[in-house]
Design a protein around this ligand. Structure first.
Ligand SMILES: *Cc1c(COP(=O)(O)O)cnc(C)c1O
Length: 424
């Protein structure tokens, strides 16, 4: 039995694929405080022009800039692996595959969008990017990308995770980036939350407010978002494109695709190219988006217009949301704590094309330990949500005798997040 796709050197996507022109309807546009749609020009104070084009394009195929493609070549295509040991352990008739996005220099799928974002900033003559990071992977990926494209980087890191993961700060510093804990005293938004609670654990929504506030008051600087936006989902499409060819090479086609969801981008990355195939006459696939029970955006949130940040500085997006003021419990170690969900992923849930589920932290971390010992890769705490759902689905197939082919995205490795597993 073949365990790895060997399509490892002869194919790298040269275009991003855009789900939008294939959907029966599009999500409603972002709106300003008065409820009127905001056009792309309103975003130009925050984002480089190349990013705005990617945010709004309806072209089905969007070329990947050559310099970005060169950077991708360092680590793409990423491996697609059949989890034969896990299948054996579960004694399931299901075939389980995973696409592993932890092999790049920053260790998660976030590099797939960090590189084009840094490239577009440099193209516009921008010298500094300001951003937020929650668990730290986004700050890490962007620090590496900014270093490659000669940009300064300033990161607001959610305080609870800044304290839990001091080595993330070191990683970012090693690539020349700067990090501070959020809420900080550097911005009006940060000072407001600190005055309410001097030990405020922070949230992604607050960290986004701080980063956006800095960009709005500085020239030659731009903001960069690691998930959620349409442009980020577009960049991540390379994951699914490679998976289509690699599954073909293995002689199989998935019946179920699973991804964990924080803001929704790695799920979008693996799922959207397959959804395009399904909507254009391909076989049916079940799509499962997995979130933590402590941040149940899709399973318990409401689909409505809400701000992307905690202080109301961004436009409002139509998305599943727990409310922009949502602060997840600081002891939660599994990441995936954003209050909202990518408008495109939200829309697909609403259309019934994607099925959301929520899992408890204890359970997913235990599955992470099991996976480490069976497959030999220590997963990011976020990715263990997808692993757990894949295991459940494979065990269900054992009951029913169904011939399932399960594909999940292993969004990153957990070597810099070992603290999450101390008690697993
Ligand atoms: C950021 C991150 C996630 C969650 O973000 P999405 O945008 O939902 O993909 C999941 N896994 C890893 C490894 C991450 O770094």
């Amino acid at each position: 039995m073949r365990r790895f796709s060997s399509r490892c050197s002869d194919f790298i996507p040269t275009e991003y694929t855009n789900i939008k022109p294939f959907l029966p309807s599009l999500p409603p546009p972002p709106v300003g405080p008065d409820g009127t749609p905001v056009g792309p020009e309103a975003l130009s104070v925050l984002f480089p022009s190349g990013m705005i084009e990617h945010e709004v394009t309806l072209e089905p195929r969007v070329p990947i800039p050559e310099k970005v493609l060169d950077a991708y070549k360092v680590y793409r295509p990423s491996p697609l692996i059949r989890a034969v040991e896990l299948e054996r352990f579960l004694d399931t008739p299901a075939h389980i595959y995973y696409k592993y996005e932890g092999t790049n220099p920053a260790g998660s799928h976030k590099s797939n969008t960090a590189l084009p974002q840094a490239y577009f900033a440099a193209q516009d003559g921008i010298t500094r990017i300001t951003t937020e990071t929650g668990a730290g992977q986004w700050g890490s990926a962007l620090s590496q990308a900014c270093n490659m494209f000669d940009l300064d980087l300033d990161v607001f890191m959610v305080r609870s995770s800044y304290l839990q993961k001091p080595l993330r700060k070191t990683f970012i510093n090693m690539h020349g980036g700067r990090v501070c804990a959020s809420p900080s005293d550097r911005t009006e938004s940060g000072r407001k939350f600190l005055s309410e609670d001097s030990e405020h654990p922070g949230s992604l929504g607050i960290a986004i407010s701080e980063a956006v506030e800095v960009v709005l008051t500085e020239s030659k600087s731009c903001y960069s978002l690691g998930s959620v936006s349409d442009a980020v989902c577009l960049h991540q499409s390379i994951i699914g494109q490679e998976s289509i060819l690699q599954m073909e090479e293995m002689g199989e086609y998935p019946t179920e695709i699973i991804g964990c969801v924080g803001g929704g981008s790695n799920f979008a990355g693996i799922a959207f190219p397959f959804i395009e195939k399904m909507l254009t006459g391909g076989g049916h696939i079940d799509f499962t988006a997995v979130e933590p029970t402590v941040c149940p955006t899709l399973t318990e949130g409401k689909l409505k217009y809400d701000f992307g940040d905690a202080s109301g500085l961004t436009p409002k997006y139509m998305m599943y949301t727990l409310g922009a003021g949502f602060v997840p419990p600081p002891i939660h170690a599994g990441g995936l704590r954003y209050h909202g969900m990518a408008p495109l992923v939200s829309h697909l849930v609403k259309l019934g094309l994607v099925n959301p589920v929520a899992y408890e932290q204890k359970r997913v971390l235990a599955a992470g330990k099991e996976f480490t010992q069976i497959e030999g890769i220590l997963p990011a705490p976020e990715s263990t949500h997808a692993i757990t759902a894949a295991i459940d689905s494979a065990l269900a197939a054992k009951e029913t005798g169904e011939n399932k082919v399960i594909l999940f995205n292993l969004s990153g490795h957990g070597y810099l997040d070992l603290a999450a597993y101390v008690n697993a």
